[in-house]
Unconditional design. Structure first.
Ligand code: GDP
Length: 433
């Protein structure tokens, strides 16, 4: 998916535009208690195009002076995006800070579409002509608060998608990434996985994405490790900011089939782990939880079980994710990881038979009657799988509003019991027939 970044000085309305563009989609994502969502990166859709959107304004760059911050955010846009929306404010005209942003964007080779926000009515349209001076061609008048002009803007952005080469790995290749807070051992784990007996096919330093993908083959299966942290150009101020590393992780998750959530077995689980795990779940990726540094843990026969219970309590939303205990350092138990990655990936793209699915649903209904509301009972007619990665099921009913959350959860569990789906989230939607 192409990545769009919104860049511009403070107060031009970046977050408003971000929410306008992604808004609808985000609202259907279920909320995970305790996990605050960083609204800096989200997916959107326009016509037949799917893309991801970054609000660079959401990435604060510490104590840098004002102009330096704006510059850094423009640099992030250039580094991370395929197309840049340069946002300005029609009420204030072209400012020195706008010119500063323009200067930086001008030096990059990334396509830039200029938008003039807060053009709330036709009378204000005359104000946009000054913005030609920024040197990015036609300015697009928009109004974030009124939702005007976004269609034309996104058309112009989508024009540039045609020239973007998106990576292509074949469908059989399993793409995975490792996420976790610093020092849990992600790099060590990559090295351990790529030990001597693995044939590394290639090391592609992404030109546009600036991530390093390592392709390798093991026992006839092709894998790609999408590495976020490694091989970055060092020295940019924003590289060390927390939001930026979150952004990089979210990008890697987005390109993965399977996400390994790496935890430090020696230190245990902290709040940040939970947040990071939440990202993987929300993105709908298959998940394997890896407890690393197991060599450094003093153990008895109960230790592993206790740790597992602890993980389950902290990551309630990841109840489907298998847990692997290992040591990247000694490589002990490392051989148990790949089978779980493969299993999770297979389940992530598993399609079940419609007839069997309907048997499962009807059995469930017979066992536990559908809910009623104001004397009206939910009727389930038919279920079908509508998507994979992750598997999603449409349940056709008389009135979708009658589908109670707890009943939906019950059906989800029955489907899980019947088909397994270990390692992958699944989704259910009630639809009117
Ligand atoms: P990253 O920041 O998540 O990539 O973590 P690193 O791979 O750089 O590892 C951080 C530190 O943990 C290093 O000092 C590693 O040597 C150490 N480490 C990594 N894996 C293990 C392990 O399995 N056991 C032990 N005892 N230490 C480990």
């Amino acid at each position: 998916k192409p990545v769009i970044a919104i860049v511009g000085r403070p107060n031009v309305g970046k977050s408003t535009i971000f929410n306008r563009i992604v808004g609808e989609r985000v609202s259907i994502v279920e909320d995970i208690p305790g996990v605050t969502r960083d609204r800096i990166y989200s997916s959107g859709e326009w016509l037949n195009y799917q893309f991801n959107l970054i609000d660079t304004g959401g990435i604060d760059i510490g104590d840098e002076p004002f102009l330096a911050q704006i510059r850094q955010q423009a640099e992030i846009a250039i580094d991370e995006a395929d197309v840049i929306i340069f946002l300005t404010n029609g009420r204030e005209g072209v400012t020195a800070a706008d010119e500063e942003v323009a200067k930086i964007l001008y030096r990059s080779k990334k396509p830039v579409v200029l938008a003039v926000n807060k053009v709330d009515n036709p009378e204000m349209r005359a104000s946009i002509y000054d913005f030609y001076a920024l040197g990015f061609g036609e300015p697009f008048p928009i109004s974030g608060s009124h939702g005007l002009g976004l269609g034309d803007l996104l058309d112009a952005v989508a024009e540039h998608f045609k020239n973007i080469v998106t990576e292509e790995y074949d469908d059989e290749t399993i793409k995975f990434s490792l996420i976790g807070r610093p020092n849990v051992g992600k790099s060590s784990l990559v090295n351990a996985l790529l030990g001597e007996d693995r044939v590394i096919v290639s090391n592609i330093a992404g030109t546009t994405r600036d991530a390093v993908d390592t392709s390798y083959r093991y026992e006839g299966q092709d894998f790609v490790i999408i590495d976020t942290a490694g091989m970055r150009k060092k020295g940019k101020v924003y590289e060390s900011t927390e939001k930026y590393s979150v952004l990089r992780a979210l990008k890697a998750i987005d390109r993965s089939d399977v996400v390994l959530v790496v935890i430090d077995g020696e230190e245990g689980i902290i709040e940040q782990d939970k947040k990071i795990a939440g990202y993987a779940h929300e993105a709908g990726r298959a998940v394997v939880i890896v407890v690393n540094k197991w060599d450094a843990v003093e153990k008895d026969e109960k230790t592993m079980k206790d740790f597992e219970t602890n993980i389950r309590e902290h990551f309630l939303f990841l109840d489907y994710a298998p847990i692997v205990f290992l040591s990247a350092k000694t490589t002990r138990r490392i051989h148990t990881l790949l089978p779980k990655i493969i299993l999770a990936s297979e389940n992530h793209s598993l399609r079940v038979e419609t007839s069997v699915l309907n048997d499962v649903i009807m059995d469930a209904v017979a066992m536990n009657p559908t809910p009623t509301d104001k004397g009206k009972r939910l009727k389930i007619y038919y279920a079908t799988q509508v998507a994979v990665k992750p598997p999603a099921f449409a349940i056709f009913v008389n009135e979708p509003e009658l589908m109670h959350f707890s009943y939906e959860r019950f059906l989800q569990n029955r489907i899980r019991d019947a088909f397994g789906f270990e390692g992958t989230p699944i989704k259910i939607f009630a639809r009117a027939r």
